[in-house]
Structure formats: C-alpha cells, structure tokens
Design a protein around this ligand. Structure first.
Ligand SMILES: [Cu+2]
Length: 122
C-alpha cells in the first residue's frame, strides 16, 4: 500500500473514532454557556433525601448543575453509567449536558440510597 493510501485509511479510521466519541458525548460534562438552560439540583438533606429536587424534567440541550450544599462530599453516578460526576466537596458544583432524550436515574457513589432522576424530553 502506498503511503498516501495508508494515510487515507488512518484518516478515515480517525474520523470514525471521532464520530464514535462524539456519539458517546451525547450526555457529558459541559460549561454553562453550552447549555440551552441550566437546571440546578442541590445535594442536601434539608427537606430532601440527598438530591433536591429528586426528579427534574428538562429538554434536550439543557443541563443539570449539581451543587453540593451538604457538609460531606458526594458524587453523582448514572445507573447506566452514561454520566458521572466525581466527588463534590461542600460548595463544589458540576454541570452535565443532556443531548439525548430519556430517563436517567442516578445515585451517589458512596451513598447509594441517595437517588435522583433526570427526565429529558424532545
Ligand atoms: Cu452521597
């Protein structure tokens, strides 16, 4: 195979890989300015069992911003592992964008009884 052909094959392979990752990123970390709307979910035990609101309905292109206002560190892990937020200390936050409709149940890694749900509509 000529060098040029090999490069073309490599380029195509790279493109396929890139598209694969782009698809995987349908749900993932984002900056607030990349979101159509940002919905806040507090991590708290005040009038809540960990996430407040425990269930939140949003539209495709919207984001959830989890902010930990509780004393201890907590995380956010999708049951289907489609997204994950690492340990958030008190006062820390993280934003996840949702570009694909669906129901996304999640929990806190170290405290699995802490549960929440994101419902993403078209
Ligand atoms: Cu927790």
């Amino acid at each position: 195979m000529k060098v040029q052909e090999e490069n073309n094959v490599k380029g195509l392979f790279g493109l396929v890989l890139f598209l694969g990752f782009a698809l995987l990123a349908l749900v993932g970390p984002a900056k607030a300015e990349e979101c159509a709307r940002v919905h806040e979910v507090q991590i708290t035990f005040e009038d809540a069992t960990g996430f407040k609101p425990a269930a939140v309905g949003i539209e495709v292109g919207d984001c959830i911003r989890w902010i930990n206002v509780a004393f201890d560190a907590h995380s956010v892990v999708a049951v289907d592992r489609s997204f994950r937020v690492g340990m958030l200390q008190n006062g820390a936050d993280a934003i996840i964008a949702f570009m694909k409709p669906g129901v996304y149940p999640y929990f806190c890694g170290p405290h699995p009884p802490m549960k929440g749900q994101v419902i993403v509509k078209d």
